[in-house]
Design a protein around this ligand. Structure first.
Ligand code: COS
Length: 396
């Protein structure tokens, strides 16, 4: 059952449906057979990354003028939804680069920056990463302490970033740093492009995490790291405007997280349906499976609601409307829904589910991370409630 997907397929182009068909085929033929191997080795085989490049997956939402596929937000999340039905790290490998890693350049970069970076990201030649979080400022993004000081024709960066996805493969990092402590988020934070070979820039070892094993996060250290003056995203005119760039990027990233949660939840539901069908086929009476049947109904209902919310916010974004509030609500609802569904599935699968690296166990761990990545549920609640108060004040 489509649970809202089939209807959505009617509002996208024929070209997109052909691409989606190719992606589904790639998932079934190439990614699914190795999902467990990738979980165990925590590495994506390079030939699969090459195939992702050939399919154009590194440039999903990058405009055609810069070598990408130019998909709408809705189309992009439909692709992510499919990919996260298999091992979550596959989406992370492409989505972080095409998404939060490079979107700042697309939104606010100079034409020269767009021409240098976006085609290389779109082709998959270069991977992009997003460096905002720090040891003492993950959620409270305005209180980052990485400093950037202009010295002649270069900026000198000092500080540490933490939990940076794809830092092992990235050739450049959209890096958020303080350029004027007195102004904070309102004019004192700037977004930079830091290339991997910048002097004074070091990528630390990979973090050992509970989930998303094949997607690596690392610490970054900037020690008198020099980047050319022109590497401010948007040029010197946008010095001090980097907080807004980061927040806009995260609005989009939060929808991608919602899509990952919806894709994973759909797969978990499918596994649960198959399990009940197997029980029925083996002669078990429906009456004896009532608890499992009710759980299926609850999962399907929650998934349906989450998917409608996700698609409706994506469509609003594609219409050019501000979706800061909706993106946060969507992230809360979809990611918490996926955790609930994975929990219900674990109850249903019982001991079969708790085995290390059983399908359900992997999903249970992976979907938990979506509630944290790109702004925790608590941060999203702060954003939503502040917007509610602000809007009610402006109506008063
Ligand atoms: N889009 C564009 N501009 C935005 C914006 C958005 N979504 N959100 C805030 N801004 C702007 C504001 O309009 C304000 O502009 P002015 O200075 O011109 O008035 C400026 O940015 C500062 O905004 P605000 O005062 O709301 O900043 P806060 O420090 O209060 O922000 C939150 C608090 C919680 C919103 C912010 O710190 C946040 O989102 N943190 C989470 C970060 C995160 O997700 N981290 C995860 C790791 S990154 S993968």
């Amino acid at each position: 059952m489509g649970l809202g997907r089939d209807e959505m397929d009617k509002s996208v182009s024929e070209d997109f449906l052909r691409l989606k068909q190719q992606v589904v085929q790639f998932i079934e033929q190439d990614l699914e057979p190795v999902h467990l191997q990738v979980e165990e080795s925590a590495e994506i085989p390079e030939h699969l990354v090459d195939k992702m490049r050939r399919l154009g997956l590194f440039g999903l939402s990058i405009p055609r003028d810069y070598g990408g596929l130019g998909l709408t937000t809705l189309e992009e999340i439909l692709i992510y939804e499919e990919i996260t039905k298999t091992n979550a790290c596959f989406r992370s490998r492409i989505g972080t680069s095409n998404g939060i890693g490079s979107m700042g350049i697309l939104y606010d970069g100079t034409e020269e920056q767009k021409r240098r970076y976006l085609p290389r990201v779109a082709s998959g030649e270069w991977t992009a990463a997003f460096a905002l979080t720090e040891p003492d400022a993950g959620s409270d993004a305005a209180n980052i302490s990485t400093q950037a000081v202009l010295d002649g024709d270069s900026w000198v960066l000092n500080g540490t970033k933490q939990f940076i996805t794809n830092a092992d493969t990235a050739q450049f990092f959209t890096t958020i740093a303080v350029t004027d402590e007195t102004k904070g988020a309102s004019g004192g934070v700037t977004a930079f492009i830091v290339e991997r070979d910048a002097p004074g820039f070091v990528v630390g070892p990979a973090d050992v995490k509970m989930g998303l094993k094949g997607s690596h996060t690392h610490e970054l250290v900037f020690k008198d790291c020099r980047v050319p003056a022109e590497n401010v995203i948007g040029g010197m005119a946008r010095v001090g405007q980097g907080f807004k760039t980061a927040m806009r990027v995260l609005d989009k990233g939060r929808l991608s997280m919602g899509a990952c949660a919806v894709g994973a939840a759909q797969k978990v539901l499918d596994l649960c349906v198959e399990r009940v069908q197997r029980e029925l086929a083996s002669g078990m009476a429906k009456a004896d499976l009532q608890a499992e049947m009710f759980a299926l109904a609850d999962m399907a209902t929650q998934l349906y609601a989450a998917r409608q919310m996700l698609y409706s916010t994506a469509i609003k974004k594609d219409e050019g409307r501000n979706v800061t509030q909706e993106a946060s609500m969507t992230k809360i609802f979809c990611t918490e829904m996926a955790s609930r569904i994975a929990g219900l599935a674990m109850d249903s699968f019982g001991e079969e589910g708790i085995l290390t690296r059983s399908r359900i166990e992997i999903f249970l761990r992976d979907v938990r991370l979506y509630r944290i990545y790109e702004g925790t549920s608590e941060i999203q609640r702060i954003i939503v409630s502040r917007n509610l108060l602000k809007n009610s004040r402006s109506r008063a």
